[in-house]
Design a protein around this ligand. Sequence first.
Ligand code: IPE
Length: 258
Amino acid sequence: MLQGLTLIKLGGSVVTFKEKPLAANIDAIDGISRALTQLDVPIIIVHGGGSFGHYWSVKYDMHTKSANYDIHGVSIVHESMIALNQIIVNSMIRVGLNPYGMPPSALTTGHKPIVAKIKHIYAMAQSKIIPVTFGDVVYVGGTKYSILSGDALMTILARVLRPLRIIFATNVDGVYKDRVSRELVNEIQIEDKRRSIEFFKASDTDATGGMQRKVTEAFKIASHGMDVVMINGLLPERITEAAEGTLKIGTVVKGRKS
Ligand code: IPE
């Protein structure tokens, strides 16, 4: 029987210590793994780069733009993402889950979806496997590579699979009304796009545009008629709540067909 798919992005700010190079936040990862054991729905996980992929992509000056980047950097960035993926996958195995790590190159050609492959991971998710993929440096053609962020990968997967629930977990509670009050907005409509993105403009920037990028992708997914939930992934119970549709603290970007 087809069940509602839950697509979850674990931001680099949740699974790593962003300020500390190559440092995974094992406690946060283990907490999320335990939270996932509570769920009885098909799940696909995408994780970010944090102090792994972003650390090296900054060192090698690599961006989302397709270009002739240092080829050794391509190896190093990719390898660091495989290493982080292993840490997350092994945490999930320890609590009895059935993760299946895979690079985005198994699902896309550059930034374009391979629809049949993406449908396969949904079928895998229905058989209790949890595909765990990630933002990565990807080959785009010729001698060019580019960074495919985990956020952009979320949009690619959401457009093909139209999950029941789409969750972005970061280290903040959601989208705030303004910088001064830091009042959380529970629900935003597509029309609020510009203001919400403006808010994050001055915030942290990394190879893929930090929080602003996440909000932009959330709106992009919502514009295809799907609700997107933004939550604090450092509190694993919020992931369970968001996946069960009982979220109390977070921001829902309401989907509407454009
Ligand atoms: C980053 O993915 C991928 C690389 C830099 C290789 P994301 O852009 O989704 O990572 P976070 O969540 O912001 O850390």
